[in-house]
Structures are given as C-alpha cells and as structure tokens.
Design a protein around this ligand. Structure first.
Ligand code: XMP
Length: 410
C-alpha cells in the first residue's frame, strides 16, 4: 500500500500530521528522526513529510531521494498544502480506508494464527471490543474472550459486555465473577497506587487461571493502538501515575501477541467498529480507568461505597445522555470523597458523603479543562443525587484544569 513517512523531529504535531494524511486516504507512518535514515526507502514509499527539526545527516540523505519531501516547520499544514503534496506524491488513487484495512487485517490475522487458538481480555472499552470482534471475524470460535468482573465496574456494565459479545456476536465468552476476590484484596487499603498495584496483579492472576483452563491457546489478542505502539517503540512517555499498565497484561506471558489495531488511531478504530457493527454505546463510551471505580472511591474501598457510587454514577450518565452533553464531554467522573458533611433533611441533622463531579474536555487525557455545562444541568444532577441516593449529603463541581490537577482524584 502507498505510504507516506512522517519524520518526527521532536514535534507535538507529528501525530496530527499523520492523521491528516490518513484522513485524505493515504496510509502514513511516523518515525522518530533518529530512525529515519533507515526508514526513508522501500518500494511503497511515496513521500516524506518532515515535522520539526531534522538532523543534517538526514537532510543529506533526503537530498538524494527520488520521492517528494514536504518540510513543515513544526506545525500542522493546511488541508490545501497537504492535498497538493499528496497529489504529487501518490496521485489521485487513495487506498487507505477502513474497508481495505478490514479486508487486509482479516487476512493477516488468519495468516498469523493459522489453525491455532486465541484469547482476548475484554474490558468493556472500545479497543478490546473492536480487536475481539475483528479477530472473531477472522478465526471464528477459535477465539475465546475473558471478561473479568472485578466488582469495580459501573452499573449495568458487565451485563452489557456479556449480552453484546456472547449473545450479540456469538463469541465464546468466559464471564469471571471475581468481585469477592478483588474486594478482599483491597480491604482497608487506602493508598491509590497500592490499590492500582493490587488490582493489576489480581487481574493478571485471574486472567491466567482462566486462560489456563482453556487448554491449548497460543495467542493473546490485545487492542493496542498506534500512539501506544509508538510510545513503547521509542521509549517515551514519562507517566505521573503508574496507570497505563493497570488492567493490562505483562509482556512475559506465555502467549504470542496478536495486535490487529496497532497501526490505527482512535478515530479509525471507531470507524472500523462501525463497520463491524459494534453498538454505539461501546464505540462512543467515555474512557474509563482500568482500576475502575476503586480509584473513584477515595480511600478504602467497600462494597457499600461502590454500590452508592454506582447508583450516583448511573444517574449522572443518564442526565448527561438525556441533555445531549454526554458526547460533548471527553470524560465524566463521579467521585465518592471520603469526606462527610452536615445537612438537614426532614427536620433532622444528617452527616453524609460529599460527592464530586468531574466533567472534562481533553484530546488525549494528558491535559484537560473542566466543561462549562449549563447550571440547569448541574442543578438537575445535584437534586437527583441528593434526593435519590441515600448517603449523599452534598454535591460539588470540580473546576480544576489539568495541569495541575489530574483528571482522576486518585
Ligand atoms: P489522570 O488522572 O492521570 O488521568 O489525569 C488521565 C487519564 O487516564 C485515566 N486513568 C487511568 N487509566 N488505569 C487506567 O487504565 C489507571 O490507573 C488510570 N488512572 C487514570 C483517567 O481516567 C484519564 O482518562
């Protein structure tokens, strides 16, 4: 397939440029400047775009190359500039679209897995859902999905996963009810990072046990996306929290990895998901952290607190959908603080929990701002939470941008 190479000279724009190229129907790949000298050849290469500063050595190499080069001084180009470059580089026949990708991905998965069997951990999120349905299309019932129900999920979530994948798509699915196991390991643990570690370890244990019961399975399907593949490839990404491994699996598992989405951006995964007829609620679901509600119950986690939070969270989501704000918000978290406040209800003094609402806009979660939702919406949500959820005595709206505040409270 025709290919454009985007050379990343340490710019924040390289991924945007690569995405723009793809949206115009041409496949693009990003290479860091340090690896570009080796990458600037190959039969399918039709053009090179430099974003940011590049080395003198690379400039010398590019001086010799026959393919067109577009040099951007650390910025995203206008569509017109890019369009005329692509016409020069690749002509008018554009092959990159999700129909072609789907066809080729199925072939590739079949070639990789052969007559073997694969397993996939479903999280309820977009990426694992699309990866699982895609692999199922390629190898059918030789794929088994495992859904670990940690008891830290939102209301209705586990049921939705089971209905969608087992009943809707007919994918063999193991539903592991592991609530007690997770909650007993978490009992009394207050430190957020410790909670993350416990959940991460327990998840891997449960998954390994269940996978072992399946017998002879050689492959593990993961919904890794292009930005993550790039990040692990070039060893960047200094994370403030240990989160990106939580809910994931370690690399030393005995499986061979099948990562059919590793060249796709998030928006492409959603388009692919549409083609695979994955329900809208899953495709457009807000990001949800691997440790689930455990990091939204501040301090020690108990079943009672989780149930209270689930009830509150369901009301908030319902009102966001009803008002049309769900899709204008990148992520909406409801936080059960560990703090209680005094109130009066029906003439009696109460001492109930303070709940925090955190609605943010963001592109990738690295920075974020709070969303200016209408007062009327906050009013409706606040009244419902106070009126319908026993144990909530006060509701506050979080107006902290990230940075300095992280999106999650823990
Ligand atoms: P923060 O709180 O770091 O969150 O601003 C940025 C994004 O990451 C999500 N997040 C997590 N995701 N495991 C995950 O899989 C985690 O432990 C975790 N902690 C935060 C958060 O929901 C937001 O989308």
């Amino acid at each position: 397939m025709k290919r454009i190479l985007v050379v990343d000279g340490g710019s924040l724009h390289a991924q945007n440029v690569a995405r723009q190229v793809r949206s115009l129907g041409v496949y693009s790949e990003i290479v860091p400047c340090s690896a570009a000298v080796e990458a600037v050849q190959g039969p399918d290469l039709r053009g090179i775009i430099l974003v940011g500063m590049v080395s003198a050595r690379l400039e010398a190499v590019l001086g010799q190359t026959a393919v067109p080069v577009l040099s951007l001084d650390d910025r995203s180009p206008s569509e017109q500039v890019l369009e005329s470059f692509l016409s020069k580089a690749c002509g008018e026949i554009r092959e990159w679209n999700m129909d072609n990708f789907l066809y080729q991905a199925v072939e590739k998965i079949r070639a990789q897995v052969g007559s073997g069997r694969a397993v996939c951990a479903l999280s309820g999120g977009v990426d694992s859902a699309v990866a699982a349905v895609l692999v199922h299309r390629a190898i059918g019932d030789r794929l088994t999905c495992i859904y670990v129900d940690s008891g830290l999920m939102r209301a209705g979530e586990s049921q939705q996963v089971v209905e969608t994948f087992r009943e809707g798509f007919g994918i063999p699915l193991v539903h592991v009810e592991a609530e007690e196991r997770f909650l007993s390991k978490l009992a009394g643990v207050e430190d957020p990072e410790q909670k993350r570690r416990i959940i991460g370890i327990e998840f891997i244990r449960v998954f390994e046990e269940e996978a072992a019961k399946l017998g002879d399975v050689e492959f593990l399907v993961q919904g890794t996306l292009y930005p993550d593949a790039l990040e692990s490839g070039v060893g960047q990404g200094d994370l403030v929290k240990s989160h990106h491994n939580v809910g994931g699996l370690p690399e030393d598992l005995r499986f061979k990895l099948v990562e059919p989405l590793a060249v796709l951006f998030k928006d492409e995964v959603r388009i692919l998901g549409e083609k695979l007829q994955i329900p809208q609620e899953i495709l457009w679901r807000h990001p949800f952290p691997g440790p689930g509600l455990a990091i939204r119950v501040l301090g020690a986690v108990t079943k009672e607190k989780l149930d209270l939070l689930r009830q509150a969270d369901a009301i908030v989501r319902e009102e966001l959908h009803r008002s049309g704000w769900y899709h204008k918000i990148w992520q909406a978290a409801v936080v059960l603080t560990n703090m209680r406040a005094v109130g009066v209800q029906r003439g009696r003094r109460t001492y109930d929990y303070v709940v925090g609402l955190r609605f943010v806009s963001s592109v990738d979660g690295m920075s974020a701002d709070w969303v200016r939702v209408p007062y009327e919406l906050l009013d409706t949500i606040g009244r419902r939470l106070l009126g319908e959820v026993e144990g909530i005595g006060r509701v506050v709206y979080d107006i902290s941008p990230k940075p300095p505040a992280t999106i999650e409270w823990e």
